[in-house]
Design a protein around this ligand. Structure first.
Ligand code: C2E
Ligand code: MG
Ligand code: MG
Ligand code: MG
Length: 280
């Protein structure tokens, strides 16, 4: 502490405030988990050829007492750092499976699982327990993983993926094209679906490079026997291009915003499987 004393003192208050805010958020998260202040919203996933709903992706929200509805992106990173993602992820799995069990049998549910959860073999147990508790067949559950899982212990990750598939669960590669993994991983890891990151979809009309990437991923998926889904589809023009470029599925505000479970039930009752949108 003798050297750089001035620097230390200069940074101290600011760091302190940041650390305190973090600690507060962590406390809030723990309390929220105990109090049941989390909710899942469900966003429809669409088959682009038939324009039918194939399933819904579960997206986590936090009803914060002061801040209102907090988006996953704002607290998942801290939940990952603190390890809270493990109990929280368990809750997500149980909740999503329980709600999906009330949907028609051809409609699946997709759950995001973070790389931190993947590091533990207990993930397989958590998935098996969630399926059993809900009475949901594994075939109706999709687990979305990001490229980050492939940077971890490959043998362990591979083993977990295969055990999940043994349960009938399908695996989707989320946000594809934004991470650091090599294309070779697509060959060795057992993915059923590649989700093309919304950054490429957003630029598909304006930028030739984005379109070239969407085309290449769709072609790759097709050759490797994987479905491809475009994230963040917002306009009919994007949809048209995606179809032309061979993408098989889509998700985005054009088809539907994330909805509470009750709204999903009425949607499925009103028009089972058919998308009502401005996409026509
Ligand atoms: P993601 O899995 O890639 O989810 C897609 C995100 O894009 C969601 O944000 C969704 O609300 C948003 N989105 C959907 N359609 C559109 C669109 O047309 N335009 C735009 N601009 N955005 C759209 P959200 O819900 O804030 O989630 C952010 C990320 O947080 C997710 O990205 C996922 O990585 C993570 N996440 C969400 N729920 C969970 C969870 O239960 N567990 C874990 N581990 N991560 C989660
Ligand atoms: Mg996802
Ligand atoms: Mg994504
Ligand atoms: Mg994302």
């Amino acid at each position: 502490k003798a050297d750089g004393r001035g620097t230390w003192r200069f940074f101290e208050p600011e760091m302190d405030a940041r650390m305190q805010a973090r600690r507060q958020l962590e406390l809030d998260l723990r309390r929220a988990l105990a109090a049941g202040d989390f909710q899942l919203l469900y966003q429809p996933q669409i088959d682009l050829a038939s324009r039918r709903i194939t399933g819904f992706e579960a997206l986590l929200r936090w009803h914060h007492p002061e801040r209102g509805l907090v988006s996953a992106a704002d607290f998942i990173p801290l939940a990952e750092e603190t390890g809270l993602i493990v109990p929280l992820g368990k809750w997500v799995l149980r909740q999503a499976c329980a709600e999906a069990a009330g949907w028609p049998p051809e409609i699946s549910v997709a759950v995001n699982v973070s790389a931190v959860q993947f590091g533990s073999a207990r993930l397989v147990d958590a998935v098996a327990e969630a399926l059993a508790a809900a009475g949901l067949p594994g075939e109706r559950l999709e687990i979305e993983v990001t490229e980050a899982i492939m940077l971890q212990d490959t043998a362990q990750t591979m083993a977990v993926l295969h055990r999940l598939r043994d349960l009938g669960v399908r695996i989707s590669m989320d946000d594809f094209g934004t991470g650091y993994s090599s294309l070779g991983y697509l060959r060795s890891f057992p993915f059923d679906k590649i989700k093309i990151d919304q950054s490429f979809v957003r630029d598909i009309e304006k930028r030739g490079d984005a379109r070239a990437i969407v085309r290449a991923i769709s072609g790759l998926g097709d050759s490797l026997g994987m479905r491809t889904s475009a994230e963040g589809v917002e306009t009919p023009e994007q949809l048209e291009q995606l179809r032309a470029d061979g993408c098989t599925e889509g998700q985005g505000w054009l088809f539907g915003r994330p909805l509470p479970a009750s709204a999903v039930r009425s949607l499925l009752q009103a028009a089972p499987g058919v998308v009502e949108s401005n996409a026509a």
